[in-house]
Design a protein around this ligand. Sequence first.
Ligand SMILES: CC(C)(COP(=O)(O)OP(=O)(O)OC[C@H]1O[C@@H](n2cnc3c(N)ncnc32)[C@H](O)[C@@H]1OP(=O)(O)O)[C@@H](O)C(=O)NCCC(=O)NCCS
Length: 161
Amino acid sequence: MSDVMSSVTLRPMRWPDIEAVHAIETAVFEVDPWSAEQFWGELAQPTREYVVAEDDGVIIGYAGAYLLPPDADVQTIAVAPVAQGRGIGRVLLEELIANAVRHDCAQLLLEVRSDNESAIGMYERFGFESISKRRDYYASGIDALIMRLRPLSTASERGDS
Ligand SMILES: CC(C)(COP(=O)(O)OP(=O)(O)OC[C@H]1O[C@@H](n2cnc3c(N)ncnc32)[C@H](O)[C@@H]1OP(=O)(O)O)[C@@H](O)C(=O)NCCC(=O)NCCS
């Protein structure tokens, strides 16, 4: 993770980032991408915390959570296709977990398409467990998995590098 972080920086998402974020959104979510207005709506909510990953000033990923202690929910997480597989998803998810810990949340929940192998692989690597399934949740007849991580701890608390 350290070589990734030497060139990639994280910072809070701001209104002017929405255009770049939305371009990634439409590139990675072929079905039902969020509109730019949905991102505006999210940033307007005090319970949301969104972060962007930048490489040399270019936004290459983003993630956001709904923080309502004791629960936190992953609202979205995505990395631009050209930047995937470099550890940026891990860094973004780690930041969501750290934010949830800062807000005294006890668990982090999320919903993921059951056919999204890369995302499920990442969540399982962090210790998320599948706790329920919503059948035919998505328009294409794909199930939704509800996954949960608890207890929450930061990378340094876990002893990760
Ligand atoms: C899911 C996503 C955010 C991961 O981002 P990424 O930067 O490519 O992921 P990373 O390089 O940080 O890899 C993180 C972990 O994901 C898992 N992973 C990544 N790609 C994978 C693949 N193709 N198959 C299985 N697992 C995969 C691995 O466990 C990996 O950890 P490891 O490399 O240490 O083993 C990215 O693939 C993406 O934007 N997908 C489209 C949007 C999306 O589906 N978001 C999730 C909605 S719930």
